[in-house]
Design a protein around this ligand. Structure first.
Ligand SMILES: Nc1nc2c(ncn2[C@@H]2O[C@H](COP(=O)(O)OP(=O)(O)OP(=O)(O)O)[C@@H](O)[C@H]2O)c(=O)[nH]1
Ligand SMILES: [Mg+2]
Length: 337
């Protein structure tokens, strides 16, 4: 299964500056020669792979990117300044296509990799360049060439940063629908989710991370019970697991027992997965009357040194705190100013 993040952007390199038409006019210099300078080169547009980004989301706010044009040439043989080039940062792993032809241009797989995607236009020649011994007062001068303009399609295979695990009905899909734009099916019967869903969680400072909601696990999943454990491979490369435990009475099960049952299933898939950093999350707080069930889970998490959160996706209680706790663990700290 692949999760795709896609964006369409327009890039426009700078046009070249026009060549100038001018003649030298100076006292005591009769019939001064041609002196129109050349136009400057337009700036280029580069795509640069950056590991500071993990989605293409920014491009939906910002679909057009233009480099500066070259300045026009001037009299007295002054060449126009070149336009500044621009770098557009894209996440590592972005594949770039020409949107008109469908041609695959580049796979930006390495951090720091740069690709020249639109070349700036050459500056036009000023009339001074057309002078010859037999053509001493040329009036020819060229316009700058247009910079490349391209429509691009960017494609990124999303890698989840956070994996949600828990029993069916624990509220995993409801949670992802609260913190991201993902709208998976939600229902009050087990195994509503049959395939992983990804959601991009956006923070107020424009950083973001990706959460994967996967089908619920039950005891014996590693033996094939329920939907089995094969889809756990979709969260193998996450940096954090968020383990949802239904603490409402409706589940009819004991929260601590549920927690341990899921851990057993994770470990039977791979010990590495079971050892990942984990947040323990008591879910459906609004529907939990029995305080002792909640306390038991909280104490159990404390004994194991696992951070504990309690949420209700219905009232919104605890959701923001959980979201920031996830962000804190999967995003590198913002560089100091
Ligand atoms: N009262 C209450 N109900 C909730 C809460 N979160 C989810 N639910 C309900 O619990 C049921 C199951 O929610 P889902 O989000 O589909 O659960 P899931 O963990 O994705 O389940 P599977 O996809 O089957 O593994 C739905 O009826 C939800 O409306 C909550 O915070 N409070
Ligand atoms: Mg679900």
């Amino acid at each position: 299964m692949q999760f795709l993040d896609e964006a369409r952007i327009l890039v426009k390199a700078g046009d070249g500056g026009n060549g100038c038409l001018a003649f030298r006019r100076e006292k005591y210099v009769p019939r001064g020669g041609p002196s129109g300078g050349d136009g400057g080169r337009g700036g280029d547009v580069y795509l640069v792979a950056s590991d500071q980004q993990n989605t293409l989301l920014q491009f939906s706010y910002n679909p057009e990117h233009r480099a500066e044009r070259g300045r026009h040439g001037e009299g007295s043989n002054k060449t126009g300044a070149d336009g500044h080039s621009i770098d557009i940062e894209v996440p590592v792993g972005t594949v770039v296509y020409d949107d008109l032809t469908g041609e695959r241009l580049v796979d930006l797989a390495e951090p720091g990799q740069r690709y020249l995607v639109a070349r700036g236009g050459r500056g036009g020649r000023g009339n001074a360049r057309f002078a010859t011994s037999t053509h001493q007062a040329p009036t020819e001068h060229e316009p700058g060439r247009a910079g490349d303009e391209r429509r691009l399609r960017l494609e990124l295979k999303l890698l989840a940063d956070v994996g949600l695990v828990g029993f069916p009905n624990a509220g995993k899909s409801t949670l992802i629908s609260r913190i991201s734009a993902a709208r998976p099916k939600i229902a009050d019967y087990p195994f509503t989710t049959l395939e992983p869903n990804l959601g991009v969680v956006k923070l107020p400072d424009f950083r973001s991370f990706v959460v994967a909601d996967i089908p619920g696990l039950i005891e014996g999943a590693h033996l094939g019970a329920g939907l089995g454990i094969q889809f756990l491979r979709h969260i193998e490369r996450t940096r954090l697991l968020v383990h949802l435990v239904d603490v409402s009475e409706a589940s009819g099960r004991d929260p601590v027992h549920d927690f341990q049952a899921i851990m057993t299933e994770l470990a039977s898939f791979s010990q590495e997965l079971a050892d990942k950093p984990m947040l323990v999350v008591a879910s459906k707080l609004d529907a939990a009357q029995d305080e002792t069930r909640i306390a038991a889970l909280r104490d159990f998490a404390a004994q194991r040194d696992l951070p504990y959160y309690a949420i209700s996706s219905v009232t919104g209680e605890g959701i923001e705190a959980l979201k920031f706790a996830m962000a804190e663990r999967v995003l590198s700290p913002v560089a100091a100013e």
